[in-house]
Design a protein around this ligand. Structure first.
Ligand code: MSP
Length: 513
């Protein structure tokens, strides 16, 4: 046993009514980076993603395409799987809500809640937004439209089944108040508390099957199917064995970090979900992490606004690692960020092609040229050398806290500060002068050693964000492509002199606009 905490990371399960865009890719890349850092910190980690396949949205998309809903899902899920593969996503499991393993757990939980009296029949009257799969009351509406997506809503009056959400309100408010870490960032926790100040209504959790057939039939009333959000949220526990394999379930739950966009925090993840779990006798998840939106000209990037960028286009031009780097570097977790192709190109050129790519290529080519491709033993370190190594050491020591504080962009910013210091160190120490006949060979050894060592430390720290490029850099440095441990390998001075290194092709080739 490592004694390290267990970590279970999830993404939202994405609707299969459309192809994934940068917004979806961001959530998944963020979760992947987080999972990779935790694994590097020696923590047992399980990473889940998947697709949300039931509900009106999917049924209507299938109707438009003229195929059965299942055929539509089977075709659409491929786009998600392919993109995640292309982006190097290291999920341990991919759940689809149409899978029997999920449907069985949903039915077991529905049955349990019904038996306990937590689900009761009633009359539903109100407004429904098909696009958001959400119910609204008259006063929620904005100009008669859905307050979230501004589309027209449908008026509905029908018998349905309700979940006694309201009885958990006091418990939930006390819990969110007592645990500042249960929602990140803190501003979003305030939003949850604000929502909980108003009385909660019970939640309508069924749809008549005659109107919507594409869902999980209620086990106690087959004339109805389960509301898509009630079904979808359960993926987080059905995938790790809830109600079916308690040993496995106990290993990962409740150590769950649900990574979601801020659009689906309240009420689904922050209110419905913990109350559903509590009613089922299951602990709430460890934390919700609600990130901001990718904006285009100050508007949320979304298919319905027609302003989406296909992640594959950028990946084709710049590579998957550059795409991952940009997303993580540019967005401060919790805040919105703007996406433009120009910004992407500038980051790529400045940070990847120049700061990192150039440093690697000039350092390794000097070791090849001046020291026959073997890392020299450093001579006595002077002030500038100490400055560089102590910055690298300080960053390596700080990295676990930055990861735990979810400051991934901060960790990258600090790493690029180190690279900038290293690039300045090259300019000031002018190894090409030291290599001239009559130059100070011992000084050259020290400078080259320090530069190679900075590259090695960076190859560990940035590996979770750019596993392919850093894996390739590590191989050039004579290391295995995958670091075994952050604490073990990011420390200074672990590279033994005499090691054979090679320059290889450009890590981040220039891209012309
Ligand atoms: N199926 C539900 C989630 C159920 S989870 C139990 C859903 N799916 S979705 O396909 O609409 O994906 C929503 C998620 O995609 C958001 O929560 C967010 O994580 C991500 N994004 C979609 N557009 C986005 C941006 N423009 N910017 C950042 N992320 C956004 O909701």
């Amino acid at each position: 046993m490592s004694g390290e905490p267990t970590i279970y990371i999830t993404t939202p399960i994405y609707y299969v009514n459309d192809r994934p865009h940068i917004g979806h890719a961001y959530t998944t890349v963020l979760a992947d980076v987080m999972a990779r850092y935790h694994r590097l910190l020696g923590r047992p980690t399980w990473f889940l993603t998947g697709t949300d396949e039931h509900g009106q949205k999917v049924q209507r998309a299938a109707e438009r395409a003229g195929v059965s809903p299942q055929a539509h899902c089977d075709a659409m899920v491929v786009h998600f799987r392919r993109l995640w593969e292309r982006l190097g996503i290291s999920h341990d499991d991919f759940i689809r809500t149409t899978e029997p393993r999920h449907q069985e757990v949903v039915r077991t939980i529905l049955q349990r809640l019904h038996r306990q009296g937590d689900i009761y029949p009633g009359e539903y009257e109100g407004y429904y937004c098909v696009h958001e799969e959400n119910f609204w009351t008259e006063k929620d509406l904005l100009d008669g439209c859905c307050p979230d997506c501004r589309r027209p809503v449908e008026r509905i009056a029908e018998r349905n089944w309700f979940f006694r959400l309201s009885r958990h309100q006091d418990w939930l408010r006390a819990r969110v108040e007592a645990d500042p870490a249960c929602v990140h960032p803190p501003s979003r926790r305030n939003e949850v508390l604000g929502f909980l100040r108003r009385p909660l209504a019970d939640l309508c959790i069924s749809r008549p099957a005659r109107r919507l057939s594409w869902g999980i039939p209620l086990p106690f009333d087959e004339d109805y199917v389960c509301y898509v959000w009630f079904d979808a949220l359960i993926n987080y526990i059905s995938a790790v064995g809830a109600t079916a394999d308690e040993g496995r379930f106990g290993r990962w739950w409740p150590a769950a970090w649900h990574i979601i966009g801020k659009d689906i925090l309240v009420p689904s993840h922050a209110v419905y979900w913990p109350c559903m779990l509590r009613a089922a006798g299951i602990e709430p998840p460890r934390a919700l992490l609600a990130h901001g939106w990718w904006l285009v000209d100050d508007r949320k990037m979304s298919k319905s606004l027609g302003n989406v960028t296909d992640p594959l286009d950028l990946v084709e031009r710049y590579g998957a690692d550059a795409f991952r780097y940009f997303l993580l570097r540019e967005m401060v977790l919790g805040q919105d960020a703007s996406f433009t192709a120009d910004l992407f190109h500038r980051r790529y050129t400045a940070d990847l092609a120049n700061a990192l790519g150039n440093l690697a290529s000039r350092t390794l080519s000097m070791v090849e040229r001046y020291r026959a491709g073997r890392v020299p033993a450093p001579g006595d370190a002077g002030e500038a050398d100490h400055d560089l190594s102590s910055r690298a050491e300080a960053l390596a020591a700080e990295a676990p806290a930055l990861v735990d504080g979810l400051a991934f962009n901060g960790l990258l910013a600090r790493t690029w500060e180190l690279l900038s210091t290293a690039n300045g160190y090259v300019e000031r120490n002018r190894p090409w002068d030291l290599a001239r006949p009559g130059g100070d060979g011992s000084r050259l050894d020290t400078v080259l050693y320090h530069l190679v060592e900075v590259l090695r430390v960076v190859s560990v720290l940035a590996w979770p964000v750019m596993p392919t490029a850093m894996g390739s850099l590590r191989e050039r440095l004579g290391e295995g492509p995958v670091p075994a441990s952050l604490r073990g390998e990011a420390g200074w001075g672990r590279l033994g002199p005499g090691r054979a290194v090679r320059k290889g092709e450009a890590l981040f080739p220039r891209v012309e606009v």
